[in-house]
Design a protein around this ligand. Structure first.
Ligand code: FES
Length: 116
């Protein structure tokens, strides 16, 4: 019977955090994150940008959509470390195709309804 060999991989030898630098909505930002952090969680929890929404967190709803170097990406399905150095546009700015003005932007403070 042959002798079995095992490859032992120690997670201690591999870094578990990385510093990710992004240009978000034209502003240079960086954060040290766990390598398993999604781009969505980096934006919301580490960079304080809650405008990108977390819906299903499984890639089904599209609420977390951002543009990464002008490509549409579900940010909940991709690791932040994969996008180090990228240009990210969230839907909090008009450059994003899914951007919509705030609901009340065109509504006057007081609406006058026709009578009769
Ligand atoms: S949160 Fe639903 S697709 Fe990302």
């Amino acid at each position: 019977m042959g002798r079995r060999r095992f490859l032992v991989v120690s997670t201690a030898a591999v870094g578990t955090t990385s510093t990710v630098g992004l240009t978000v909505n034209g502003e240079r930002r960086s954060a040290a994150v766990d390598n398993r952090t999604s781009l969505l969680d980096l934006l919301r929890e580490h960079l304080g940008l809650p405008g990108t929404k977390k819906g299903c967190d499984q890639g089904a709803c599209g609420a977390c959509t951002v543009l990464v170097d002008d490509r549409r990406v579900n940010s909940c399905l991709t690791f932040a470390v994969m996008h180090d150095g990228a240009r990210v546009t969230t839907c909090a700015v008009p450059a994003c195709p899914a951007w919509r003005p705030p609901v009340n932007a065109d509504v006057p403070e007081r609406a006058v309804l026709p009578a009769g």
